[in-house]
Design a protein around this ligand. Structure first.
Ligand code: GAL
Length: 648
């Protein structure tokens, strides 16, 4: 197929393959950020081709042997996406990275700085360094497995193939210096990352779903007694007169005094966040208004409004504003927009806008988030909330992903992989079998986008296991003290598109040497094809400008930490822990706080008793851009903010 790439910004091109069709960014309401105009110029990449066969459009990118590929949605078991196939679809993660994802974002980034976004909510499949085409056979070097130790199940030439089943699709290419630069351009294309209100980064507690306003007050009292400042109380399904299906109306039985409760809590600087899902009960005050705009299938007996319609958004905004925002509600947890096939609508469901069930599923979380965000924006009040699904275009929406799984390592890997999705991930704490588990979970959570104890079905508190309470408080203190650093990182996400949470490869490239990447052992059950994935660091990440975290898992007292080349310092003691020109792998042995490291030259602005405290690591000169604004409104959109350069 002829490709007609149009340059839309420096180093950013788009191409409409086939007919015009709906887009992810269109549904998200995402507009490219003006900052894209300041990007560096690059020549149009030449390694891209496109073809159409039957009902599929296939974009093909040829790769160099040393190229590695990242992205393809939120992943829980891997971060590098080489040799992967993802059939993207919004879904609850079910124990395997196969494209069913809370963020099935069709964005891929290659280590040479090329980003590719398929801006389509239709069925998209990503084939990454997998099959070759017939015409490649001439150049393939065949090796015989039994005779040649160099045999591999993956061989050059390598490609990415993106197949979309649609009458047309928009593709966007982003060229930058490296993985970070092209991903930043992608985030800016989606409006720039969300900037949280400062209170959103404080401590969150979600209460048991059956609690009434008295019980909620009692929880708040517990926090007071334990001298732990609470920033947000989350109310789960029981705040409504009915759920699931949802009424979105206050329960007169449990929350007759909702207005007083919220006012009282606000006096103490505590916000209220409301749980909802999008499936409306016939007992809801909204039902008759929304019924004409409902899709063909029910979910949990509730109607599924078509959020693509302006009428629906208006009805919902009016309701939310009158019954929630006007009395001080600070935001929402938008649940169950992701799936499970068995209770969601089928792919063949029909919506009044003409969309089918498959397409609607891929955008439902984003639409839901955009609708609520519109109201907060209108009220000039920032919000920070939770959603169970979001897609391409959603980077600007102030919502953090979560799910019902609870595997520590998968939660950690999701935080690492989120850097390539334009979405944020919260490794929430719900409960623990023992004190050590609670401590380890809180240590990870403390550096995540939301410090959330989701006790919707448990009686967990920070003080549930007295032997680790001090350690958990230390983790919470760490987050608090790092606020100027973290908040500036979110500002860079917003203004420059740089993800707050990044895999090591995003900052340091593929820095490992062959010695570090041990050959994979043949195992006839676990690894019959001897696939090597040692380059994929799934349990360490950079957050903010420079800090590297290597969290300990429950039960661990030491772990292997990989240091990219250069000098590294222990964040707590300031001692040098790694000083090499090559990669170092060090066993970290202290059974203490979250392992945290700063590279040579790192400047870290912190906060102590309301004062700014600046730490500097190593010998190299360094600097930091410190961001400040009112922390609460959208005044920053009107230019009311400042960047200060801290030089050391
Ligand atoms: C789940 C959600 C939980 C909790 C629960 C309430 O699906 O993931 O965090 O909100 O619903 O019913």
């Amino acid at each position: 197929m002829e490709m007609d790439w149009q340059k839309i910004f420096p180093g950013v091109w788009n191409f409409q393959a086939g007919e015009n069709d709906v887009t992810l960014t269109g549904f998200a309401g995402a507009l490219p950020a003006a900052e894209l105009r300041n990007g560096s110029e690059y020549p149009l990449p030449e390694n891209v081709s496109c073809r159409r066969f039957n009902d599929s459009i296939v974009l093909r990118i040829s790769l160099n042997e040393s190229d590695r590929v990242f992205g393809g949605g939120l992943l829980f078991q891997r971060v590098m996406s080489d040799n992967a196939v993802y059939h993207l679809r919004a879904d609850h993660f079910r124990y395997s990275d196969n494209g069913r994802s809370h963020a099935p974002v069709p964005f891929l980034a290659v280590t040479d700085g090329l980003g590719i976004f398929c801006n389509s909510p239709r069925p998209v499949s990503l084939y990454i360094r997998t099959a070759q085409r017939l015409e490649d056979q001439k150049q393939l070097v065949e090796r015989s497995r039994a005779d040649d130790p160099q045999w591999s199940c993956f061989n050059p030439p390598y490609y990415i193939e993106i197949a979309v089943r649609a009458k047309g699709a928009e593709f966007v290419l982003f060229k930058g210096r490296d993985l970070k630069d092209c991903t930043a351009k992608f985030n800016l294309f989606c409006g720039g990352g969300a900037l949280p209100p400062k209170w959103g980064l404080g401590f969150w507690h979600r209460t048991r779903m059956e609690m009434d306003s008295r019980a909620v007050r009692a929880v708040v009292d517990e926090y007071r007694k334990h001298d732990l400042p609470l920033s947000v109380i989350g109310l789960e399904p029981g705040w409504q007169s009915g759920a699931y299906p949802c009424t979105w109306d206050w329960s007169e039985k449990r929350f007759a005094d909702s207005k007083e409760l919220i006012a009282e809590l606000l006096q103490d600087d505590i916000r209220v966040n409301l749980w909802e899902n999008g499936y409306i009960s016939k007992k809801s005050s909204l039902h008759s208004q929304l019924l004409p705009f409902a899709g063909s299938h029910l979910v949990w007996g509730g109607i599924v409004p078509d959020y693509t319609l302006p009428e629906v958004r208006q009805i919902i905004r009016r309701h939310n504003e009158k019954t929630h925002l006007d009395i001080g509600v600070s935001g929402y947890k938008l649940d169950e927009s992701d799936g499970l096939d068995i209770w969601l609508w089928p792919d063949h469901a029909e919506y009044p806008s003409g969309l089918d069930g498959f397409t609607m599923r891929n955008i439902y979380g984003t639409l839901f988030a955009a609708t609520t965000f519109e109201s907060f924006h209108k009220y000039d009040r920032r919000t920070w909330g939770l959603t169970r699904s979001v897609n391409g275009g959603g980077a600007y929406l102030p919502y953090v992903l979560y799910n019902d799984n609870y595997d520590f390592r998968e939660f950690l890997t999701a935080l690492v992989s989120s850097g390539f999705t334009g979405a944020l991930w919260c490794p929430e704490v719900r409960g623990a079998d023992n004190g050590n588990e609670l401590l380890r979970r809180f240590q990870l959570l403390a550096v995540s986008p939301m410090l959330l104890l989701n006790a919707w079905a448990t009686d967990t508190f920070v003080w549930s296991f007295p032997e680790v309470e001090a350690g958990i408080r230390q983790a919470i203190e760490l987050r608090k003290s790092l606020m100027p650093y973290i908040y500036s990182a979110f500002a860079k996400y917003h203004f420059y598109g740089i993800p707050v949470y990044r895999p090591l490869a995003m900052d340091y490239g593929m820095f490992m040497d062959q010695q570090t990447i041990a050959q994979a052992e043949l195992d006839d059950t676990e690894n019959p094809y001897q696939m090597v994935s040692a380059e994929d660091v799934t349990d360490q990440f950079i957050f903010g400008e420079t800090l590297m975290a290597a969290p300990l898992a429950p039960g661990e007292t030491s772990r292997k930490v990989i240091f990219p080349p250069g000098k590294w310092y222990d964040f707590y003691t300031g001692e040098a822990v790694a000083c090499a020109s090559g990669v170092q792998v060090i066993e970290y042995g202290a059974d203490a706080p979250l392992p945290l490291y700063a590279p040579d030259g790192a400047v870290i602005p912190m906060e102590k008793d309301g004062e700014l405290v600046i730490r500097k690591f190593g010998d190299k000169p360094g600097s930091f851009e410190l961001y400040e604004d009112d922390g609460e409104t959208f005044a920053y959109e009107r230019g009311e903010y400042s960047w200060r350069t801290l030089n050391a």
